[in-house]
Design a protein around this ligand. Structure first.
Ligand SMILES: Cc1ncc(COP(=O)(O)O)c(C=O)c1O
Length: 387
């Protein structure tokens, strides 16, 4: 197979929609386009049935129940609903929030907004590999803790946090446990057993942009949330607004495909990812991996090139889509808060690149990227030393 640049290696930012997902969504744009809340005619019934089926399939993919799924416009909204929703529904005693320095801004910023309103906020550090220490969680969580939010997998360095231990701790101490599973869901096993709230997004799993979900535990214990959007009372009153039927159908189909193919795909991606790192390390001195070497997503690579400004590298590499940080915070440029939390020095912060492999990444593309990246690093290094 030949490579036709540009090569896309930014699958943490977003993913190409799988044609099988497009096919599943197609009838709901132009044929079965009814409003799922229109109960008086067949268009509405068909839309409602499609949403019911999607809800059941997504719940099954998570190991939960259909009534526990709240469809949203994406994970930013799901994370906001989890954090603000829990805070606004709280009893009087609990006024502390616990999260981690490397969380996505859609978790950190709501927590910080609540801190400005009087909540106590603890942002836990991570170790140099990007992992949070469950002992730190144990020290931070007490009988005043309302909510603990720890992401399943990081969107920059791909590290997988020890959710099971943290979940057990939260349960013991009566704190709610939320996880942002956006990057992990569909790629590594994710189960709602140990959490109370879980956020996910379709566009990270080869589904459409503009749709996501919050899973909200209904039993043992039943989690109470205050809605953020008020209106027609959709989604059991938790998220008013006309349901985006084609997008919801696409989300469920994307989730199903990921689960069907997950094991084989994870092995394939990890193989390609490891080969890419090995090639870069062979070709160049001064290459360092950011984040835990094994406890990470199969498709993630985050690498620092000594003596290189990563922004300049991207200028040299217009035929490869890579990133220096996270697109999610592109509105607020600056050094990555995730890499900074690992305690990396300034030079390593500046010289780091994130690569995200996905379903459509081929072995030929990885060969191409390894060659192009090594050449670009050499070029930038020699231009720098000539200054
Ligand atoms: C870890 C994580 N959480 C939340 C989000 C926000 O998701 P969405 O784009 O669906 O709002 C993203 C990606 O942008 C992400 O990577």
């Amino acid at each position: 197979m030949t490579v036709s640049p540009p090569v896309y290696l930014d699958n943490h930012s977003t993913t190409r929609v799988d044609p099988r997902v497009v096919e599943a969504m197609a009838p709901f744009w132009t044929v079965d386009y009814g409003n799922a809340a229109s109960h008086g005619h067949v268009f509405g019934w068909r839309a409602e049935e499609a949403v019911d089926q999607a809800r059941a399939r997504l719940a099954a993919a998570l190991g939960g129940e259909a009534r526990e799924i709240v469809f949203t416009s994406g994970a930013t909204e799901a994370n906001n609903l989890a954090v603000f929703g829990a805070a606004e529904a709280r009893g009087r005693r609990r006024d502390q929030l616990v999260t981690v320095a490397t969380e996505h801004p859609s978790v950190l910023d709501p927590c910080r907004a609540l801190a400005r309103r009087g909540f106590e906020l603890t942002e836990l550090p991570v170790d140099p590999d990007g992992l949070v220490d469950p002992d730190d969680v144990a020290r931070a969580v007490g009988d005043r803790t309302l909510l603990v939010s720890v992401m399943t997998a990081n969107n920059e360095i791909g590290v997988l946090q020890p959710l099971r231990e943290i979940g057990a701790l939260c349960r013991q101490r009566g704190a709610l446990f939320h996880t942002d599973a956006v990057q992990a869901f569909g790629k590594v096993p994710v189960c709602v057993e140990e959490v109370d709230l879980l956020s996910l997004s379709a566009h990270k799993i080869h589904g459409p942009k503009g749709v996501g979900a919050l899973w909200v535990r209904a039993r043992r214990p039943r989690v109470r949330l205050e809605p953020r959007l008020h209106g027609g009372g959709h989604e059991r009153g938790l998220r008013s607004g006309t349901l985006a039927v084609p997008l919801i159908v696409g989300l469920a189909r994307a989730a199903e495909l990921c689960l069907e193919e997950r094991e084989a795909e994870a092995a394939r991606l990890a193989g390609l990812r490891d080969a890419l790192l090995a090639r870069l390390m062979e070709a160049l001195p001064g290459v360092a991996l950011n984040g835990h070497p094994r406890q990470r997503l199969p498709g993630n690579l985050n690498v620092a090139f000594e003596g290189v400004d990563a922004d300049q590298l991207l200028v040299e590499l217009k035929d490869v889509a890579l990133s220096t940080g996270s697109a999610c915070s592109s509105a607020t440029p600056g050094p990555s808060h995730v890499l900074a939390a690992l305690g990396l020095c300034e030079a390593r912060l500046k010289g780091s690149i994130r690569m995200g492999l996905g379903r459509f990444t081929t072995a030929e593309e990885i060969d191409y990227v390894a060659e192009r990246l090594a050449a670009a690093v050499q070029l930038v290094r020699s231009a720098g030393s000539g200054r």
